[in-house]
Design a protein around this ligand. Structure first.
Ligand code: SRM
Ligand code: SF4
Length: 598
């Protein structure tokens, strides 16, 4: 037995002691959002407590990141920010809530309930987004849980509408149009369901649901995502040629229906690595059109979707968030290596893509008739804002009246428009009368029908310039200019955003206007009408009043010199006004404006 006085010897403590995941993430230099995810307990953070703090209309910064996974953003009214700061008042905080509606299909009953929520909690407006869903703006903190409960009662939710996860899955708009559209809608729903986060945090926080007890085992709680979810947002779409209304080349993952001679889907071409967002002046960020990677049989489509997403989960950049999207992963490792890894995970080689052709990325307005004799009416909604305009269409009331009598459903398009779908022939006249009564089809020009603007000011915290509130008046001027050159019926795509994040996909519009600062925009030209080619920077930092002056001579030259069927973007390249952008980093390589317009 050792004598009490004998000094003891101790082992040297291990230097590789187990450290927490959060510490490991910090040691590895991971981006701040990675720490927040790790520490959040599967997206809970301190949200539940934060909602009880009535002294502020905001939530903590970390919770502000987490709440995105629940489909929400903390915002403030930027129109009155300076005035409130001067008065030493807290910013006028409120929340934007985004729904998840795979394929954008809503029943009349849901429409009425969503309208009711808009009227009660969100300033009387529904906002159809560029990704086939709705947003509410201006919901104050004390109404959040009531609003979420009301959304839940519609059998819709907001889970994964934002955040580092697979977001709302878009599909060619009208499932009732053909069998192929039905298949596209089904695939979108299946992908949306299978890639949905499984944490019970959403139900627990917003609906006072029970915490699902179980271990802290990531494989059980989030079998696909794990504790850190994805490096960045991930967007999936499904298209049916010849329409590219979902803008497949702008998304991380896409499926293009390949049809047989009877228009049945034989399988899908898979696209990867599209995206719009960039930062002005930082050439290691850029918009990129997706690559067409392979062809898959219908029974393999879901497996491939999961494999693409998990390769991005494992290979995506978790240190630098602005280089974390799949487009950068593919630029870094190459398409061949990416495809090989997807094949390994799917467990078989994938076939090469099949031929396909798109004709445009806009919507088809007015009435159409489906295979089954049902009728569908596509309505133009300026920037997707569904409200009663003072001297314009009474969209909120009119669509409510239609929902009260409609037997089919509503479809949201990826161009911020609404389709009143599945109308039996006998009901068409009644619906048409309501559309007329509420001024919902008042002649939008060809340019306007092919336009989109992102939300920007006053709610978007990232906006550098106006967009939704400015584009309508700019279009008044451009319409006059087009008409003076006899181009009033020419379809030209025009899109505006308040910053280079590209929420209205401006880099693949023939005329792209991207906010640079108050009343200043970069002008991009030369993109393809079908959304398959990026535009080129034509003029930098132009003032709002210069835009028309710059475009007018180009319209004149186009009117004079265009060949039969030639699109505006293609013409500008052929006649040497801008160079053709190949893809990705090449976007920054040379400026446009090679030749000045006479
Ligand atoms: Fe977006 C961030 C609005 C489609 C790229 N987008 C934002 C935020 C949430 C601002 C923020 O982070 O604080 C904007 C909220 C404004 C507001 O007040 O409502 C916002 N984005 C929108 C919507 C509502 C625009 C619209 O006018 O309809 C669209 C909602 C879509 C949806 O239903 O999910 C919307 N955003 C897009 C698209 C278009 C698309 O996906 O087809 C893009 C370009 C494609 C892409 O993802 O690359 C897009 N939004 C971004 C980015 C840049 C991402 C990047 O990779 O760099 C941001 C900023 C970010 O993520 O850091 C952003
Ligand atoms: Fe906001 Fe910029 Fe997106 Fe417009 S493009 S909504 S300004 S983040």
């Amino acid at each position: 037995m050792a004598d009490k006085t004998t000094p003891r010897t101790y082992e040297t403590p291990p230097t590789d002691r187990p450290i927490s995941e959060a510490e490991a993430a910090r040691a590895a230099g991971l981006a701040a959002n990675e720490h927040i995810k790790i520490a959040s307990g599967y997206l809970r953070g301190t949200l539940a407590d934060g909602l009880l703090k009535h002294a502020t209309g905001a939530i903590s910064e970390d919770d502000g990141q987490l709440v995105k996974f629940h489909g929400m953003y903390l915002q403030d009214d930027r129109d009155i920010r300076a005035e409130r700061t001067k008065k030493k008042l807290e910013k006028a905080y409120s929340f934007m809530i985004r729904l998840r509606i795979a394929g954008g299909v809503v029943t009349p009953k849901q429409w009425l309930a969503l309208d009711d929520i808009a009227t009660t909690y969100a300033g009387g407006a529904l906002r159809a987004t560029t990704r086939q869903t709705f947003q509410y703006h201006g919901v104050i903190k004390s109404n959040l849980k009531r609003t979420m409960a009301a959304i839940d009662a519609t059998l819709l939710d907001t889970i994964a509408a934002c955040g580092d996860v697979n977001r709302n899955v878009m599909a060619a708009t009208n499932p009732a149009q053909t069998g192929a559209h039905k298949a596209a809608y089904q695939l979108a729903k299946d992908i949306s369901d299978s890639l949905l986060p499984k944490t019970s945090a959403w139900r627990e926080i917003w609906l006072d649901g029970e915490r699902v007890v179980g271990g802290e085992d990531a494989a059980e709680i989030e079998p696909i995502y794990g504790r850190t979810y994805l490096p960045r947002k991930f967007k999936t779409v499904v298209a049916v040629p010849p329409s590219n209304e979902v803008d497949i080349f702008a998304h991380d993952l896409g499926f293009i229906a390949i049809l047989d001679e009877k228009s049945q889907v034989t399988g899908w071409n898979v696209t990867v690595g599209g995206g719009m967002g960039m930062t002005h002046g930082e050439t290691d960020t850029f918009p990129r059109t997706a690559d067409v990677m392979c062809f898959v049989a219908p029974e393999d489509a879901l497996k491939v979707a999961e494999a693409v997403m998990t390769v991005q989960r494992d290979w995506g950049n978790r240190k630098v968030r602005k280089n974390a999207r799949l487009k950068y992963t593919i630029e870094r490792y190459g398409l061949a290596a990416f495809r090989a890894e997807v094949e390994t995970r799917v467990g078989k080689p994938l076939a090469d893509p099949k031929p396909f052709a798109f004709t445009g990325n806009g919507d088809r307005y007015g009435w159409t008739e489906g295979d089954d004799g049902r009728h569908h009416l596509t309505l133009y909604v300026a920037s997707g804002r569904i409200k009663d305009y003072e001297n314009g269409p009474q969209l909120l009331t009119g669509l409510r009246r239609i929902a009260e009598i409609h037997e089919g459903d509503f479809r949201l398009t990826g161009n911020q428009n609404v389709i009143i779908a599945n109308v039996p022939a006998a009901k068409r006249a009644e619906i048409e009368a309501l559309v007329d009564q509420y001024g919902m089809m008042k002649g939008a020009s060809a340019l306007r029908r092919n336009s989109m603007a992102c939300v920007a000011l006053p709610t978007c915290g990232l906006a550098l310039a106006e967009s939704e509130r400015y584009l309508p008046s700019l279009m008044d001027e451009l319409e006059a200019s087009l008409a003076s050159h006899g181009l009033q019926d020419d379809e030209i795509t025009i899109r505006m955003t308040g910053c280079p994040n590209g929420c209205a996909r401006p880099f693949i519009a023939e005329i792209g206007l991207v906010g640079r600062g108050p009343e200043r925009y970069h002008l991009y030209l030369g993109a393809a009408f079908d959304g398959s080619r990026l535009g080129k920077l034509y003029a930098e930092d132009v003032s709002a009043s210069e835009i028309k002056t710059l475009l007018d001579p180009l319209f004149a030259a186009y009117a004079r010199n265009k060949q039969a069927g030639e699109r505006f973007g293609d013409y500008l390249i052929r006649d040497g006004y801008v160079t053709r952008t190949i893809n990705g980093p090449d976007f920054h390589e040379s400026t446009g404006a090679l030749k000045s317009a006479a």
